[in-house]
Design a protein around this ligand. Structure first.
Ligand SMILES: [Zn+2]
Length: 542
């Protein structure tokens, strides 16, 4: 028979007949295939018989099609070869043992990658290329994986994703240049990330979040790479610092803060906290005297119900209930420390070392403060206030009240508003910002610094970081100073975040895609399949 227009299986394959049988097209074709023995490589010209394979192929006019392919079986003339006969191969059309042509196999995998097993099964049946969902997923697992180490990546972003409702975390590595997933790791650990990075010595830049885990993995696994502290996480950290400060203000209205550089800086928050607490106590009393219910007072002040009841029962502010010291506190080890002290073992570093062996997880500075009272009993805390060298400047801080509802503005809302540029505020939000600025001087300071920080991140001018950090330190707002301190410890990576154009924004997008996929895959979301579907699809004929 002659060549049929529109029907082709490849060179050296002759189509013998095409007929409709049981609602399927059956295409009979002959091919000799390769003649070299797959075992010894000898070429053969002696045909032994025909070998018939039935292969699913592209449909014709919306009707499923089967190729009945007759392949030559050859004799191997090599006496030393274990093979007596072998079947010729047609690598362009089909791989050995496959049940569909390679071109159809690729379509099945593409469907599986894009739509998963269930949806693919439905669509493929409708398109007359039927394949069960198990087949789709099996095909995808078998031939849908890219060899990770084979693809060079220069610029990556690393982030974590939640694997099972907050229990376990995995890592996602995004190729920031190609805007695609470079790999998915089932765990979040220094070791696994380090391993992966070591397989990619070509990496030049790594953008990562601000928890130390990935930073350490990069230092160990890709010491050649420049690290970037992700901008999104930087802004998140700042938002949390602002929220902490605003929570303090709302819990202790009238709370004050000190100018910087004061040697009383450390003691001041405690002192201020005591004063603020007393102020709140009297405020609560006044509200109650005015006939306000406990529930309403709770709502207005944010003080817990139990505390309120205790306060309303007593005439003076009851002493704070001190929680039992934990492993984080040197007081937990008081007995041991007293023994050591008495024995003359008084070096802080040495004592820290000993405490660590006993399970202490607090800081060195905490221990130093604890020991300072023993070292300088004359400078007891009570007399400290009088010996301050700098005058204490107290600034009124009040709870901000929403002018429309008359309710207190929560720290969360205040922090979010603090970071929103004026041009993006709605008129309602603008009202709240004004109320916040008027009631809380620290909010006004933080907003100014927050706007500067946002501008700094966009400016590409890394030299502006140092002045900003100094301004934050000078702000005298403890949580902002703390934030500046964490930035300083990660200084190079933060500088890079300003100077370099890369960020983890894409990784966030990919994590959203991952969550959607995970949900859509129901119980079948094994890490292997999830990983394949997250990574870019690659056509792999064999
Ligand atoms: Zn052979």
């Amino acid at each position: 028979m002659g060549k049929r227009p529109g029907l082709a299986l490849g060179p050296d394959i002759s189509i013998e007949s095409v007929e409709l049988s049981q609602e399927r097209w059956v295409i009979r074709a002959d091919a000799r295939g390769t003649r070299s023995c797959p075992s010894c490589g000898w070429s053969s010209s002696s045909r032994h018989s025909w070998h018939v394979r039935r292969l699913q192929d592209f449909p014709i006019q919306g009707t499923a099609a089967i190729v009945e392919l007759r392949l030559a079986r050859w004799r191997c003339r090599n006496d030393t070869c274990a093979n007596r006969t072998f079947v010729g191969r047609l690598p362009a059309l089909v791989v050995p043992f496959a049940r569909r042509t390679s071109r159809l196999g690729e379509i099945v995998r593409l469907f599986g990658h894009a739509a998963g097993g269930r949806v693919s099964e439905r669509l493929l049946r409708r398109l007359a290329m039927p394949a069960s969902r198990d087949t789709v997923l099996r095909e995808l697992k078998k031939r849908g994986v890219r060899n990770v180490a084979s693809v060079p990546v220069r610029i990556v972003g690393i982030d974590d994703w939640c694997w099972q409702k907050g229990d376990t975390y995995g890592s996602i590595i995004v190729d920031l240049e190609r805007r695609s997933v470079a790999d998915i790791l089932p765990v979040r650990s220094v070791a696994s990330t380090q391993d992966w990075l070591e397989q990619h010595p070509e990496i030049e830049v790594v953008s990562r979040d601000r928890c130390g885990l990935y930073a350490q993995a990069v230092r160990q696994g890709a010491p050649q790479a420049r690290q970037i502290a992700d901008r999104f996480h930087l802004v998140q950290n700042l938002r949390m610092a602002i929220e902490r400060q605003m929570a303090r203000v709302s819990r202790f209205p009238g709370r004050s803060f000190l100018p910087p550089g004061s040697d009383a800086e450390r003691e001041a928050p405690r002192q201020a906290s005591r004063e603020a607490r007393l102020g709140l106590f009297h405020y609560v009393k006044a509200l109650h005297a005015g006939g306000m219910s406990v529930a309403r007072i709770k709502e207005k002040t944010g003080v817990g119900r139990q505390t309120l009841i205790r306060w309303l029962d007593s005439d003076d502010l009851p002493a704070r209930r001190h929680p039992k010291p934990t492993l984080r506190s040197p007081a937990y080890f008081r007995e041991f420390l007293e023994q050591q002290w008495a024995a003359g073992n008084r070096r802080g570093r040495q004592l820290l070392h000993d405490l660590r062996h006993r399970g202490y997880i607090g800081s060195h500075s905490h221990l130093a403060r604890f020991l300072a009272e023993w070292r300088h009993p004359d400078r007891a805390t009570g007399t400290k206030t009088e010996t301050r060298s700098m005058p204490t400047v107290f600034v009124e801080e009040n709870m901000a009240i929403d002018p429309v509802t008359g309710w207190q503005i929560s720290p969360q809302v205040a922090a979010a508003l603090c970071l929103t540029p004026t041009g993006m505020l709605t008129p309602r939000q603008q009202q709240k910002v004004t109320a916040l600025k008027q009631s809380s001087p620290s909010f006004a300071v933080m907003r100014r610094l927050a706007m500067l920080f946002r501008g700094l991140l966009r400016s590409k001018k890394a030299e502006k970081l140092e002045p900003w950090l100094r301004a934050a330190k000078d702000s005298a707002i403890p949580s902002l100073q703390q934030f500046a301190g964490t930035l300083r410890r990660d200084f190079t990576a933060v500088r890079n975040a300003i100077a370099l154009p890369w960020s983890n924004g894409q990784a966030e997008g990919q994590i959203n895609r991952l969550k959607t996929l995970k949900r859509a895959m129901y119980g079948r979301a094994g890490i292997e399949l999830l990983r394949i579907r997250m990574m870019p699809f690659e056509a792999q004929p064999n």
